[in-house]
Design a protein around this ligand. Structure first.
Ligand SMILES: Cc1ncc(COP(=O)(O)O)c(C=O)c1O
Length: 473
C-alpha cells in the first residue's frame, strides 16, 4: 500500500476516474444539501484506530458511500450559498499532479521549476489587474491569509509609530480584516468601520472625517481597505476616490478582491474596477471566481520591499550560498508560510488551458444570471430586492400576498424559516445576510454550470417551499 505497483496505480486511477465521471455527470440529480447529523455520519465511518491496513477499493467505497452523499455539493449549479467555487476537473487533476511531485515551494533552489511557474502565473495575474511590472506576489491558502499578509506589509510603512495604528474599511468589509488586525497586534478596535451608502459602497466623505478625527486624537492612520466586491452584496467601493484619499494622507491602499476582482475579466464589469490597479496590495482568491478547488488565494504587492520587511527571516539552517538574483528568490520573505504546496500548478493549468477569453465568458454568464434573477424579482409581486446587483451576488426577500401588510419583523422571520426549509429541500441552496437591520436571503452565482433556467428554478423552489411555512412568528 505504501508503494503500490504500476498495475495497482493504474487500477486505483481507473476507479477514481470512473468515480469523477459519474459524480460530475450526475450532479444535477443530487440534492445540493442533505439534512444529516454527526451521529449519522459517524455511523458510516469505522472510527476504530486502524492497526492493520485496508485495500484501496474499500477506502474509495467509504468515500463514495459515507462522505460524498453527506457533503454539500459545491459543484451543483444551484449552490448559491456564501462565495463558493464549484471546482474544475482540470484543477482536480492539477492537485493530483502537484501532490505526486510533492514540490515544496519555500525557495527557488528547493523547487526551481515550480517556483518559476508560480512567478510566471503571478505575473499573469499582475497583468490581468494592470499592476506595474515590478509588482510581486505569492499564492497563499485563501483570501483571509492574503489580507493578513497585505496588512502585515502595510504596517511596515509606519514601523516607528508611537500612536495607535488605525486601519479603515467599510462596514461591509469581510471579517478577515478585523481578524488580521487582531493577529498582527494592531487590535480589532483599531479597525475603523466606515459607513456605506445606499449601494453598500464606502462613503468617502466619512472616510476623510474619520482619518482627520484620528489624526487630531494622536492616532496613526496607516492603511485603508477598499472592497472589490463585498461578501454580502458584491459592492465595489469607489477605488479611485479612495486612492486619492490614501495619497492625501499617505496611507497604504489595500484592495480586498477575494470575491470580485477576477470579474475584471468580464467586459460588462470591467469599468467597476477603475482604480484597483493603483492599489499598494491586493488579495484575490482563485478558489472563488477562477472556479478552482480550495485552497488557493493570492496576494500581490506593488512594492514588495514592505512585505520583505515584514516577513524576511535569516536563520542559519536556511542560509543560501552562491545564488544569483532570480535563483535566490525566497518565498517566505513575502508571506507567512514556510512549507507551501504547489498551488500554482492548478492556477497555471486553468489560465493556460481555458484562456482569458473562456474565463471572461464564464464570468459574464454568472453576471447575467444574477441580473436575470434581479429582473425576475423586480417583475414579480411576491419578491423584493434587498440590495442592487453589482456583480453576481443577489440579496432579496420573499413577500407573498398574505404577508404584504405585515411588519418587517414578521416578513424577516418568515424568510428565515424559508431559508432553512429551502436548504432542507435540497433543490437549491442560498445563504443569508443582514442589510440595514433586515434579514435578507442571499445568493452568489459562481459556477460556470449555472444557467438562466437555474435562476428560474430557484424562484420556483422558493415559492413551492414557502407554501409549507407557517406565517406567524
Ligand atoms: C470579500 C472577501 N474577503 C475575504 C474572504 C476570505 O476568503 P477565504 O475564505 O479564502 O479565506 C472572503 C470569503 O468569502 C470574501 O468574500
Amino acid at each position: 500500500m505504501l508503494e503500490p505497483s504500476a498495475d495497482e496505480i493504474r487500477d486505483w486511477g481507473n476507479s477514481v476516474t470512473q468515480f469523477i465521471i459519474e459524480y460530475l455527470g450526475g450532479l444535477r440529480d443530487r440534492p445540493v444539501y442533505r439534512q444529516t447529523s454527526s451521529r449519522e455520519i459517524r455511523g458510516g465511518l469505522d472510527s476504530k484506530l486502524p492497526i492493520k491496513g485496508t485495500d484501496f477499493d474499500s477506502l474509495l467505497k467509504i468515500f463514495r458511500d459515507s462522505i460524498v452523499p453527506f457533503s454539500r455539493q459545491n459543484a451543483h449549479p444551484r449552490m448559491f450559498g456564501y462565495v463558493q467555487s464549484p471546482g474544475t476537473a482540470i484543477g482536480a487533476f492539477a492537485d493530483l499532479l502537484a501532490s505526486t511531485l510533492n514540490a515544496n515551494l519555500t525557495i527557488w533552489r528547493s523547487a526551481p521549476a515550480p517556483v518559476e511557474l508560480e512567478r510566471v502565473t503571478i505575473d499573469w495575474i499582475r497583468q490581468i489587474l494592470g499592476f506595474p511590472a515590478e509588482a510581486l506576489g505569492l499564492f497563499v491558502s485563501g483570501g483571509s491569509m492574503a489580507n493578513l499578509a497585505a496588512l502585515a506589509a502595510a504596517r511596515q510603512t509606519k514601523p516607528d509609530s508611537l500612536g495607535r495604528l488605525r486601519v479603515y474599511a467599510s462596514t461591509a468589509t469581510h471579517f478577515s480584516i478585523a481578524k488580521a488586525a487582531a493577529l498582527l497586534g494592531i487590535g480589532r478596535e483599531n479597525v475603523r468601520h466606515i459607513a456605506v451608502d445606499a449601494r453598500f459602497e464606502m462613503r468617502v466623505d466619512d472616510l476623510v472625517a474619520a482619518i482627520k478625527a484620528d489624526l487630531e486624537a494622536g492616532c496613526t492612520p496607516f492603511c485603508v481597505v477598499g472592497n472589490a466586491g463585498t461578501v454580502d452584496t458584491g459592492a465595489v467601493d469607489p477605488l479611485g476616490d479612495i486612492r486619492d484619499v490614501a495619497n492625501r494622507f499617505q496611507l497604504w491602499l489595500h484592495v480586498d478582491g477575494s470575491y470580485g476582482a477576477f470579474a475584471i475579466l468580464a467586459p460588462s464589469a470591467r469599468k467597476l474596477f477603475a482604480g484597483m490597479e493603483q492599489a499598494d496590495s491586493i488579495a484575490l482568491d482563485p478558489h472563488k471566481w477562477l472556479y478552482l478547488p480550495v485552497d488557493v488565494g493570492c496576494v500581490i504587492y506593488r512594492d514588495a520591499e514592505f512585505a520583505h520587511a515584514a516577513f524576511a527571516h535569516e536563520a542559519e539552517y536556511t542560509r543560501m550560498f552562491g545564488e544569483q538574483a532570480d535563483e535566490a528568490f525566497v518565498c517566505w520573505d513575502y508571506g507567512p508560510e514556510l512549507s507551501r504546496r504547489f498551488r500554482a500548478l492548478k492556477v497555471w493549468m486553468l489560465l493556460k488551458g481555458v484562456g482569458l477569453d473562456g474565463l471572461g465568458e464564464a464570468i459574464e454568464g454568472n453576471l447575467a444570471c444574477a441580473r436575470h434573477f434581479e429582473a425576475m424579482v423586480q417583475a414579480s409581486d411576491d419578491f423584493e430586492m434587498a440590495a442592487p446587483v453589482e456583480l453576481s451576488i443577489f440579496c432579496f426577500r420573499h413577500v407573498p400576498a398574505h404577508l404584504r401588510d405585515e411588519s418587517p419583523k414578521v416578513i424577516d422571520a418568515f424568510n428565515e424559516r424559508l431559508l432553512v426549509a429551502l436548504q432542507r429541500d435540497g433543490s437549491s441552496y442560498l445563504s443569508n445576510t443582514t442589510l440595514g437591520e433586515r434579514f435578507a436571503l442571499r445568493g452568489c452565482v459562481l459556477n460556470y454550470r449555472t444557467t438562466l433556467r437555474d435562476m428560474e428554478i430557484l424562484l420556483d423552489d422558493l415559492r413551492r417551499v414557502a407554501k409549507s411555512i407557517p406565517t406567524s412568528i
